[in-house]
Write a protein that binds this ligand. Sequence first.
Ligand SMILES: [Zn+2]
Length: 85
Amino acid sequence: MKMITGVSKKHNSKWRLYGYDYNEDDKLVFQSRRISFLLVWYYKLKRIKTYNDICDNCLEEFRFHSTRFEKKPSMCGNCDPDFYD
Ligand SMILES: [Zn+2]
């Protein structure tokens, strides 16, 4: 799975992984799949969260996706496009 947005368990059933992955046409599509509970901690660490921040350069509010341990951008996509490659 390319981008993991959630890991959850519903109604005491199986753990499921939610996120985006490439389909046969190379497009990112929302998917969910069943995972073993042994992998829950692993996927939770890789989960992507959405953050809001203020750009250091233009002072506009911007939004970015990141896992907990990645470096956080201090500028928006307009001011620092390299960061978002
Ligand atoms: Zn900016």
